[in-house]
Design a protein around this ligand. Structure first.
Ligand code: ATP
Ligand code: MG
Ligand code: MG
Length: 552
């Protein structure tokens, strides 16, 4: 709403507009294409693209920060675009690749060399590390620190030309040997990597470091507010140093905010890649993954994810958000929007002995009990139905109001039935329940003398279809998998995926991939985007249970 308090970043932006510091706002979302996006990225996407949507004429650039040739792949570029679009955002014409700025970045480096602000260091990586000192100890100058600009220009040209092997030379900014901010102690700007790049091929064998490249990329694109996570707070002086000392066309401002961390979740592309590579999950889009493609396949609605990102807000304080909060938003959204269907996940057959006494072979069932506009549907009804195994007890425990010998229960949308017998196998497992229905009880109160306190879902055995239903749970058993002594792999939840053969009402075979519904009393489910084939094979994923049952 209008009077909702702005977060500190939106406040800064509103102020910059009102004072005339900026006439228009340009933000950017700058993923490195070295993996699939996750929920943490969703927070940043909602922030950056959200701000652009909120201001007339404002824009948000999608920029691939592809300055490291070793870990980047075009597959990731395409998945990132899909994910941003799916979340509901659009970069219009503003798609950029940092690698297209390599020549500009090189010129900025040459400019710094000419100003005496950068030098080629040919000390070994070990020496460089040693000579930087630490927070208590000042650094000692490299023996190459006082090279002349001319000599540096020559050596830097040689670096570019491929005359050095990896690790033999770097370009460093000449800033400080004593700063208590270690990022300012002559940081490395370029390193040698004899690696082909997805965009520039073999044009380059020197690649810029993030701290050097990022501010210049922002400035080149006239980004007004460069929003990043808190780890970069003590990189800001360096960000500003490069902006001040390089010939850039604008002065972007870096602002840091707290990253999203969720309980029971890891949120690092590197670690998620490990889960994929080591086969702990079926891929980046495994429905248990916190990736955007994973949650999409899991059936999380984009709108609910955006709502969650808005609700957690933007602050300066790192903390961990309870994943139950996200699940709550997903559930709330689906509760309002998902049509109701019936599915039996653990089928037990019930034979209705007096079926001929009920005239209906179809029953009319509401698609959404709280939303009349969702309408009704007809479901087939016959003398053989399936109910959940759980909905029958041979010897009912206290306060059990479902089916049991002699007891009554209502079939959702249909009549009341009474259990009149059951059969077991030698192992003592109930195979079949016999029942009779009470004629003329559909849509009516139970008759005098009949105690019927519960309604259960059911599926017609003749017309019902078989389906593979995947019951997903949290991927990790502990709140903070990163803190596990044996590493996050040691706390993977062995129960995070269970597949059951279920019986579903017939219409569900025809629904398209990505169709979400509530299986009454069971939870929210979505047809799998890869394996569900309409008309042929029904495959459903559990999005979220009806209630938070974790730990119970
Ligand atoms: P990871 O550590 O998972 O690889 P990253 O920060 O290295 O993430 P980038 O592709 O560099 O991934 O990130 C793109 C943008 O998304 C950056 O601006 C980054 O700050 C932001 N981002 C990444 N993770 C989170 C998070 N957990 N919460 C909020 N923003 C995030
Ligand atoms: Mg990264
Ligand atoms: Mg990272």
């Amino acid at each position: 709403s209008e009077n909702q308090k702005l977060d500190f970043i939106r406040e800064i932006i509103a102020n910059d507009l009102s004072t005339g510091k900026h006439e228009t706002i340009i933000t950017r979302f700058p993923p490195e294409p070295n993996g699939y996006l996750h929920l943490g990225h969703a927070k940043s996407i909602c922030l950056n693209f959200g701000i652009a949507q909120e201001h007339e004429g404002a824009k948000c650039h999608l920029r691939f920060d592809d300055t490291n040739p070793e870990k980047e792949e075009t597959e990731y570029v395409e998945s990132i675009k899909d994910d941003v679009r799916w979340l509901g955002f659009d970069w219009g014409d503003d798609l950029y690749f940092a690698s297209n700025y390599f020549e500009f970045l090189y010129e900025c480096a040459v400019d710094l060399i000419k100003k005496g602000l950068a030098y080629v260091d040919e000390e070994s990586p070990e020496e460089i590390k040693l000579h930087r000192g630490n927070v208590q100890t000042p650094g000692t100058p490299s023996r190459f620190r006082d090279r002349t600009p001319e000599e540096n220009l020559t050596q830097f040209a040689k670096m570019r030309a491929g005359d050095f092997k990896e690790g033999e030379a770097v370009l460093r900014a000449k800033i400080s040997l004593t700063s208590s901010n270690m990022n300012m102690r002559d940081p490395i700007m370029y390193r040698i990597m004899h690696a082909a790049h997805h965009n520039t091929g073999n044009d380059w064998c020197i690649y810029p470091m993030y701290d050097f490249a990022h501010p210049l990329e922002d400035a080149l694109e006239h980004i007004t507010h460069s929003l990043c996570t808190l780890e970069f707070e003590n990189h800001r002086p360096l960000y500003d140093w490069f902006i001040q000392n390089c010939p850039v066309p604008s002065q972007p401002r870096q602002i840091e905010f707290a990253r999203l961390s969720l309980t029971y979740t890891i949120m690092s592309k590197r670690k998620l890649l490990q889960l994929v590579k080591d086969g702990h999950v079926s891929g980046w889009d495994d429905p248990r993954m916190p990736t955007i493609s994973g949650i999409r396949r899991r059936g999380y609605p984009a709108e609910a994810v955006r709502h969650f990102c808005k609700r957690i807000g933007i602050t300066k304080y790192n903390g961990t958000t309870d994943v139950a909060l996200l699940e709550h938003d997903i559930r709330n959204h689906l509760n309002a929007t998902a049509p109701r269907r019936m599915a039996v996940l653990d089928p037990l057959k019930v034979i209705i002995e007096n079926f001929q006494e009920e005239p209906a072979d179809e029953l009319e069932v509401a698609n959404h009990p709280q939303d009349e506009t969702a309408g009704n549907r007809m479901v087939r009804f016959s003398e053989e139905i399936f109910i959940e195994r759980d909905d029958f007890q041979e010897v009912p425990e206290k306060k059990y109001f479902r089916l049991a010998p002699e007891k009554y229960v209502r079939l959702r949308g249909g009549p009341i039935i009474q259990c009149i017998g059951y059969e077991k196998n030698d192992a003592g497992e109930v195979l079949l329940v016999r029942a009779k229905l009470l004629p003329d009880t559909t849509g009516k109160d139970s008759p005098e003398g009949v105690v019927c306190k519960a309604a259960i879902h059911w599926v017609d055995a003749k017309s019902g279809i078989d389906a593979e239903v995947r019951l997903y749970d949290r991927l990790f058993t502990v709140e903070d998998p990163d803190a596990a002594e044996g590493g996050f792999v040691s706390v993977l939840n062995p129960e995070s995926s269970k597949t059951v053969q279920a019986k579903l009402e017939a219409s569900l075979l025809l629904d398209l991939p990505g169709f979400s519904c509530q299986f009454e009393r069971m939870g929210y489910f979505v047809t799998d985007s890869k394996d569900h084939i309409p008309g042929e094979k029904a495959v459903f994923n559990r999005t979220v249970a009806l209630r938070d049952s974790w730990g119970k």
